[in-house]
Design a protein around this ligand. Structure first.
Ligand code: SF4
Length: 147
């Protein structure tokens, strides 16, 4: 779903997104490098809020961490869009285009985290996580309140 974005400056007929170092100048209905942030009615908007393209329960050993909670699981979720275009991307089908997704609101995602056996939390992964910064922010804030 769509949500208003954080971190941008308004200009006369555009906005400058300040979420990542690209600092894209976004005009009405035109997208930034990431293909998910745009401007609608002179307001910065992201089109991928809560739009989950991939969700998996991974062993923590799949993550780039050394000897962190060995034997535990972590729920991994990602969305579409990315501010990078690495030639070796193994998730290019979701990172480089608007792909099929399912909306999961922050409260529901937090509930899902609790249903996974031996789960230590959630990993925002598969694409650059900042691409749905506002969603991650809401999930983290709500999750902390519920603890
Ligand atoms: S790539 Fe996306 S997140 Fe980065 S500055 Fe451009 S619009 Fe913002």
């Amino acid at each position: 779903m769509k949500s208003n974005i954080m971190f941008y400056d308004k200009k006369e007929d555009s906005i400058r997104c300040k979420l990542c170092p690209h600092n894209c100048i976004l005009k009405e209905n035109k997208f930034g490098v990431c293909n998910v942030r745009t401007v609608e009615n002179n307001i910065g908007v992201a089109i991928n809020y809560g739009e989950v393209t991939s969700a998996n329960i991974d062993p923590i050993e799949k993550k780039p961490l050394y000897h962190y909670k060995p034997g535990k699981n972590i729920l991994s979720v990602g969305t579409f869009g990315c501010n990078m275009s690495c030639s070796f991307c193994q998730n290019y089908e979701i990172s480089q285009q608007v792909s099929k997704s399912e909306y999961i609101d922050p409260d529901k995602l937090i509930d899902i985290i609790k249903t996974v056996n031996d789960n230590i939390g959630i990993a925002f992964t598969y694409n650059e996580p900042f691409m749905w910064y506002e969603y991650i922010y809401d999930v983290c804030k709500k999750n902390k309140r519920k603890k």
